[in-house]
Ligand binder design. Structure first.
Ligand code: ZN
Length: 179
């Protein structure tokens, strides 16, 4: 076994091996899964698309860093905030707020990470289509994935949480303040 192979095996075994499906998917399928989702509203439940507004889409991250990890993306395939117009920027900000509201009620996180990666060097898995991550956090959750690793278990949890968030969205008329 070469040193390189050794390294990749060790990395998969130690951390997030389920993400290999995401990495392989990116190289084999359409170059942009967000554009695929945007163009197929009839598959929103299968794709775990939570909300659509006139300018943005909110979808579950299928390869989450934590339970309830959502992505907020522009409908337009643009790489950075610089290309976003003021309405898109406002819509994304409102959707961050609404996402935190509905996730707070559904799963009571202690905090959130909200952020975006621009460019592969910064960790962007899909650098061509900008998206903002909303990641619920709990005290002491840093080892969550190591303990609960296993795509099937996570997927099941995501579908249940998706249904719960849809229900709460109806109750609270979210997303609100659409531009
Ligand atoms: Zn795209």
């Amino acid at each position: 076994m070469t040193p390189d192979k050794d390294k990749s095996v060790q990395r998969n075994n130690l951390w997030a091996p389920w993400r290999i499906r995401y990495i392989q998917g990116l190289s084999q399928k359409s170059p942009c899964f967000l554009c695929d989702y945007i163009q197929t509203p009839e598959r929103d439940r299968d794709n775990l698309v939570l909300w659509r507004t006139g300018r943005c889409l909110v979808v579950f991250n299928r390869f989450p860093y934590n339970n309830g990890h959502l992505l907020i993306a522009t409908l337009r395939h643009i790489p950075t905030l610089r290309e976003a117009d003021p309405e898109e920027r406002r819509d994304m900000m409102n959707l961050i707020c609404d996402s935190q509201q509905v996730l707070s009620e559904a799963i009571s996180p202690h905090g959130f990470n909200v952020g975006a990666n621009f460019g592969r060097c910064a960790g962007a898995g899909l650098p061509g289509h900008m998206h903002i991550h909303v990641v619920p956090r709990w005290d002491g959750d840093t080892n969550f994935m190591a303990v609960c690793g296993g795509t099937d278990v996570i997927s099941q949890g995501m579908t249940e949480l998706y249904d719960r968030l849809i229900e709460l969205s109806r109750q609270h008329h979210l997303p609100g303040r659409q531009t």
